[in-house]
Design a protein around this ligand. Structure first.
Ligand SMILES: [Zn+2]
Length: 84
């Protein structure tokens, strides 16, 4: 994954927040941190998307969006017919 600010390499990391631990990504170049909620908003493009309460559900949803994005990149013809 690449940093949205500097396009540096993002590194998965475990963070300790107010509501317990969560997994996020930190940019190795500029130190920008993306948490799963931010990432989900970016991936979905919906600002009012429902955020799952459990961390595992959240990560599963992110992986789902990442898969959709990845498959769209590879098959352009499929993109026109497909998911939109
Ligand atoms: Zn960066």
């Amino acid at each position: 994954m690449k940093c949205a600010k500097c396009h540096g390499k993002m590194h998965a990391e475990k963070f300790y927040g107010r509501n317990g631990t969560f997994h996020g990504w930190r940019c190795l170049l500029c130190g920008d941190i993306i948490d799963p909620v931010i990432l989900l908003h970016r991936l979905s493009g919906e600002s009012r998307i429902a955020i799952p309460e459990r961390n595992e559900d959240l990560m599963r949803l992110i992986q789902k969006y990442l898969r959709v994005k990845g498959s769209l990149k590879g098959r352009e013809s499929g993109m026109r017919m497909g998911i939109q």
